[in-house]
Design a protein around this ligand. Structure first.
Ligand code: ADP
Ligand code: MG
Length: 202
């Protein structure tokens, strides 16, 4: 279960988020939909516990996986090594199994610079899921992919989430993506941003 009750979040430049309350139950997929610059990544960083400088309360399970807006792989480590660094218990066999689930086990020994953006995003998704997370947060994981690749990634992500059933929070600026992946869509709007539609559960 993810429980979010943010009263306010500001940067030096001003207030970004205000009064954002929602919960994500285990197995539920909630999308946060909003235009670029509204505060989606800021909200996800707070939910993930990376940014603790805000007014309010957020609770999340111990095991949380995150897919960042950029794949965020170490360029000097192979795909398999990138997984093993974050999950030392996996070993090579576990890393290969995780890469198999995202369809790129044959790329395990290549470095991020030798992978397409779509393949890098698959590695990032495998890394997020490899720890068997109780909560999964995804920041525009299909952005900048060509339509066919984005579509394939969306289907793959949906299938993996359906199998593992973490509490999933998914951020996107695409209403179509939000509808396809999520059971519930929360719209962020205004400045500072708040939930302008789809809320009301918390
Ligand atoms: P989104 O992910 O919806 O595109 P962000 O959460 O990245 O939006 O950014 C929301 C707003 O907060 C933007 O105006 C951005 O410039 C500002 N912002 C984000 N991170 C920082 C930071 N570390 N310092 C100052 N301002 C920031
Ligand atoms: Mg963002």
């Amino acid at each position: 279960m993810i429980e979010v009750a943010i009263r306010a979040k500001s940067f030096a430049g001003g207030a970004v988020l205000r009064d954002i309350r929602f919960t994500v139950a285990p197995g539920e997929v909630v999308a946060i939909l909003g235009p670029s610059g509204i505060g989606k990544s800021t909200l996800l960083r707070i939910v993930a516990g990376i940014d603790r400088d805000f007014a309010g309360e957020v609770t999340r399970p111990d095991r949380l996986g995150m897919v960042f807006q950029e794949p965020m792989l170490l360029p000097w480590r192979s795909a398999a090594a990138n997984l093993m660094l974050v999950h030392p218990g996996l070993g090579r066999a576990g890393a290969l199994a995780a890469l198999t689930r995202v369809g790129i086990a044959d790329r395990a020994d290549l470095f991020p610079g030798q992978l397409s953006l779509g393949q890098q995003r698959r590695v990032a998704l495998a890394r997020a899921l490899a720890g068997d997370p109780q909560a999964l947060v995804l920041d525009e994981p299909f952005a900048s992919l060509d339509p066919a690749t984005g579509d394939e990634m969306l289907a793959l992500t949906g299938a993996l989430i359906a199998a593992a059933r973490p509490a999933t929070l998914f951020v996107t600026h695409s209403a179509a993506e939000a509808r396809r992946l999520a059971g519930r869509v929360l719209h962020l709007g205004g400045r500072p941003a708040t939930i302008v539609a789809g809320g009301g559960d918390a």
